[in-house]
Design a binder for this molecule. Structure first.
Ligand code: FES
Length: 198
């Protein structure tokens, strides 16, 4: 492992701990919000059994990502900027599966250049395909580097691009998985259901 990689892992481990603390704080805040959310979302039992989860995206800015839970799994929804979308074409030489040929890792409607229904919005499970750690975001676009930004797994150093495509030379074997999802409206995504228009 290079010194740069060791530094990046160190930085990201610190970031990971900060994020973990923040998530704990959010979970605490969630208790106060629960009565309001309960009126909008399926019951906890229904969600555990796999009910779809709605994600409002109308106020998301380019470069912003939200995390939601679906079937107990972490799911990332990232609104990609034009710069991020432009970076996808730069990355392909360093990817294990640039064309999403591993059919288990995405529905057929996401087996395209952006791995998404609409290029601007990436929806992927936040679970590293090596041993299941949660990757953390590093969205600084770096066209001149072999890894131009995306998701980094602090556990063993796996790197994924801004479409969740895994890089060569890392332990993760496959791209991040795209769950089933569809757009209910331009400003609302439904994760866990793709029947009807994707
Ligand atoms: S769990 Fe992500 S690299 Fe090992």
């Amino acid at each position: 492992m290079s010194e740069d990689d060791a530094d990046r892992i160190d930085r990201n481990r610190r970031h990971f701990l900060t994020v973990a603390t923040a998530v704990t704080g959010v979970a605490g805040a969630g208790v106060a919000l629960y009565p309001f959310l309960a009126s909008l979302q399926p019951s906890a039992r229904a969600q555990a059994l796999g009910a779809p989860v709605e994600v409002p995206i109308g106020s998301m800015q380019p470069g912003e990502m939200v995390r939601v839970l679906w079937r107990g799994k972490l799911v990332f929804v990232l609104r990609r900027s034009q710069e991020m979308l432009g970076q996808l074409a730069n990355d392909t030489a360093n990817l294990k599966d640039p064309n999403s040929e591993e059919v288990t890792q995405q529905p057929s409607y996401a087996a395209n250049d952006t791995r998404s229904v609409k290029p601007e919005y990436l929806v992927v499970e936040g679970s590293c395909t090596h041993l299941g750690c949660a990757p953390i975001e590093d969205f600084d676009v770096r066209p001149s580097e072999s890894w131009g930004g995306g998701f980094f797994c602090p556990c063993h150093g796996s790197k994924f691009d801004l479409a969740g495509r895994v890089h060569t030379g890392v332990p993760a074997p496959t791209n991040l998985r795209v769950p089933p999802y569809r757009f209910v409206r331009d400003d609302l995504i439904l994760i866990g259901q793709d029947t009807g228009a994707a």
